[in-house]
Structures are given as structure tokens and as C-alpha cells.
Write a protein that binds this ligand. Structure first.
Ligand SMILES: NC(=O)c1ccc[n+]([C@@H]2O[C@H](COP(=O)([O-])OP(=O)(O)OC[C@H]3O[C@@H](n4cnc5c(N)ncnc54)[C@H](OP(=O)(O)O)[C@@H]3O)[C@@H](O)[C@H]2O)c1
Length: 333
């Protein structure tokens, strides 16, 4: 899913692609459309990859591990959306609106961030810059597409089965589980929410919660930031939402925060209304609203929504590529 969004963005933003070579797992015949042409996406071929100037990796950790470092060592720019290298101290983890300065000519393997973390990283950055955030608490409401194509198929299958059961059940009772096979997600997702994204560690944190905390510290260069996350999967197709509580060491007036957020790059502050994933799906910026005081003057509360497939993945990667291009680091075709 991220790969298809990425191609659409390269086309729409007129990235100067001379030749595009898509790849797939090779498990089934995959075609993609680019600039009006249908291109076949064969299984990955290391030799063909090494001839590229720029490689977007939108597949799996395993693929990133297998090809990323070798390609970068051979001079190919590699932008990887998996979590494989995000916390590697040698690899820049980049959200251009926040830390494009982490990019450098000699480090050609670059990691894109976790799609949940991106929203708060962009929305909270102007506030952090102005008055060091000490603590971030998050409750996430994560779309099914964040777990990939198989999870989305599972969601649609379950939704269809639910609809059929509701129609057929004369007593109107809730559908009886289990519904169609579950493989990509740990619980039924149609008509449900569950507080698990990834697997649990011995302390009871799930993978997504740990990733968000560690990646936010890295992108903000804030080693001492305290971050607490409860990650929840919700039956939404695309668009991750976050309830965020930001704690400062000194009072921070909401009016001042609004002034800062109104002009922040990549961010749209909503005041008359609030963002929802349905309304914001397919849109580029991170949206924030319901900015208000928290439990005391040192705390602010925010609601943040961003498209996990765009700013959370494909768009961020294309923005990184555009930055590399602007710097003149990518030989023009
Ligand atoms: N979904 C999001 O919101 C999101 C956000 C941020 C980052 N990411 C990251 O972006 C990457 C892609 O996510 P996605 O949601 O687009 O997943 P997806 O819809 O499940 O697609 C995964 C793609 O990877 C390909 N693939 C899998 N194994 C491969 C292999 N061994 N060799 C070559 N290609 C292989 C698949 O090819 P086939 O089509 O042939 O199966 C498929 O095209 C993941 O690393 C994910 O963690 C996703």
C-alpha cells in the first residue's frame, strides 16, 4: 500500500524519475501504474537494485536488512520505511519538517519514521523548540492500513461478514465470533477496538508503544523526554489519530501555542472544528485541533490526525528524496 502511494506521489510531485523499476516479493504477478504505463514488478534482483541511484524500500524489515546496508555502501541512496534501522545511531531517522539537518551526503541509508509517531513529532515540534517538552503522554487510535494490505483485507472480510450476519439475524444480536480467519491482526477488528499494536514485551508494553517513544526521542534529539503511550487499533481504513498531553517545565499558554502552530511547516491547526481520519484521509499535512490547557498551566492537550500512508510513510520518504535532490546529492538523470 505504501508503495502504490509512493509512485502516485512521485508522479504528482514531478520527481525527475528517468527510469523506474518496481519490485515485489515475486509471490504473485504484480503490476504497477506509473505515468500512464503499466510496469511489471518482478522479485527483487540485487544486481538491478545496485544500478539504481535511489531506492525506496517499502516492504519488510527482512528485505531492508538484506539489501539496505550493501546498497548504501555501494553509493545508492536508500530510503527505508521499515523499522529495521530507525534506532541505529549511524542511520538518520528523518522527518524533514523536524530534522532535515540529520541528512548528510555520506550516510546514504536513511530511515523513515513510524507512522504513529510522525503526527506528534510534527505537531509537537514547534512547542518543543519554544519551551522544551518534558513529557508526552499519548493514546493512539490507529487505522487498519497501518498494519499493511493483509490486515485491510481482513478488516473488509470481517465487515462484510458482520453486515451479512446483522441482516440475517432476526433478533438483531451482535455477530458471533470468530468471523473470517484472522492472520494479520491479533483480534477481530470490524466493530471492535483493541489495545495492542505489535507483540508485548515482558513488561507489558507492545511493540508500537516502544517504537513511538524511542523514535520520538531520536527525531527530537531529546534523550531525556518521558514518553508514555497506549496504542489502540481502531476500525478505520486510513488515518492515525492521537490524543496527546504535553508537559512543560513552565506554564505554556494555549494562545502562544496556537500562534506557534499556525505557521508550522507541514501542519494545519484547526480551531473552528477538529480533524477526523475520514475527512483528512489522502491529505498531506498533519492536522491538529482541540488545543486546550491540561490539568494545570504546564500542560497542553492536543488532538492530532495524519494519514499513515502519506505523511506517515510515502510522503515523508518522497520529501526526504526531494531534499537530497535539492542539495544536489543525487546525480540528475
Ligand atoms: N502501512 C503504513 O501505514 C506504514 C507506515 C509506515 C511505515 N510502513 C512500512 O512500510 C513498509 C510497507 O508497508 P505496507 O503497509 O505498504 O505493507 P503491504 O501493503 O503489506 O506491502 C508490503 C509489500 O512488500 C512486498 N514484499 C514483502 N516481502 C517481500 C520480499 N521478500 N521481497 C520483495 N518485496 C516484498 C510485498 O510484495 P507482494 O505484493 O509481492 O506481496 C508488498 O508489495 C513496511 O516496512 C511497513 O512497516 C507502513
Amino acid at each position: 500500500m505504501v508503495g502504490r502511494e509512493l509512485l502516485a506521489l512521485l508522479e504528482r510531485r514531478r520527481f525527475p524519475v528517468a527510469q523506474l523499476q518496481p519490485f515485489s516479493s515475486g509471490r504473485s504477478l504484480q503490476n504497477v501504474r506509473f505515468r500512464g504505463r503499466t510496469l511489471q514488478a518482478p522479485a527483487i534482483d540485487a544486481k538491478l537494485l545496485s544500478c539504481c541511484q535511489l531506492v525506496f524500500m517499502v516492504s519488510s524489515e527482512e528485505v531492508a536488512r538484506r539489501f539496505g546496508p550493501k546498497l548504501a555502501a555501494g553509493g545508492v541512496w536508500v530510503i527505508d520505511d521499515s523499522s529495521e534501522f530507525r534506532l541505529d545511531p549511524k542511520v538518520p531517522l528523518v522527518i524533514p519538517e523536524v530534522n532535515s539537518s540529520a541528512l548528510n551526503f555520506h550516510q546514504r541509508l536513511i530511515a523513515g519514521p513510524n507512522c504513529t509517531m510522525t503526527g506528534i513529532a510534527v505537531a509537537g515540534w514547534p512547542l518543543h523548540k519554544a519551551a522544551t517538552v518534558r513529557e508526552v503522554r499519548l493514546a493512539t487510535y490507529q487505522a487498519v492500513s497501518g498494519a499493511g494490505r493483509d490486515a485491510l483485507t481482513e478488516f473488509f472480510d470481517q465487515s462484510r461478514a458482520n453486515a451479512a450476519r446483522q441482516t440475517l439475524a432476526p433478533d438483531g444480536r451482535a455477530p458471533i465470533w470468530p468471523c473470517p480467519a484472522r492472520r494479520a491482526l491479533p483480534q477481530p477488528i470490524a466493530g471492535n477496538v483493541f489495545p495492542q499494536v505489535g507483540s508485548f514485551d515482558p513488561q507489558g508494553h507492545c511493540g508500537e508503544e516502544t517504537k513511538v517513544a524511542r523514535e520520538l526521542r531520536k527525531v527530537w534529539s531529546a534523550a531525556h523526554l518521558r514518553v508514555s503511550v497506549t496504542a489502540v487499533r481502531v476500525p478505520v481504513v486510513r488515518g492515525h489519530s492521537l490524543a496527546a498531553w504535553l508537559r512543560f517545565s513552565r506554564p505554556f499558554a494555549p494562545q502562544r501555542a496556537r500562534r506557534l502552530l499556525r505557521h508550522a511547516p507541514g501542519l494545519k491547526l484547526m480551531t473552528a472544528n477538529y480533524p477526523t481520519p475520514l475527512a483528512m484521509a489522502g491529505l498531506a499535512p498533519v492536522f491538529t485541533g482541540r488545543l486546550r490547557p491540561g490539568i494545570d498551566a504546564r500542560e497542553l492537550c492536543l488532538w492530532v490526525v495524519s494519514d499513515n500512508l502519506l505523511k506517515g510513510a510515502a510522503l515523508n520518504s518522497v520529501q526526504i528524496a526531494e531534499h537530497i535532490l535539492r542539495k544536489g546529492w543525487l546525480k540528475r538523470p
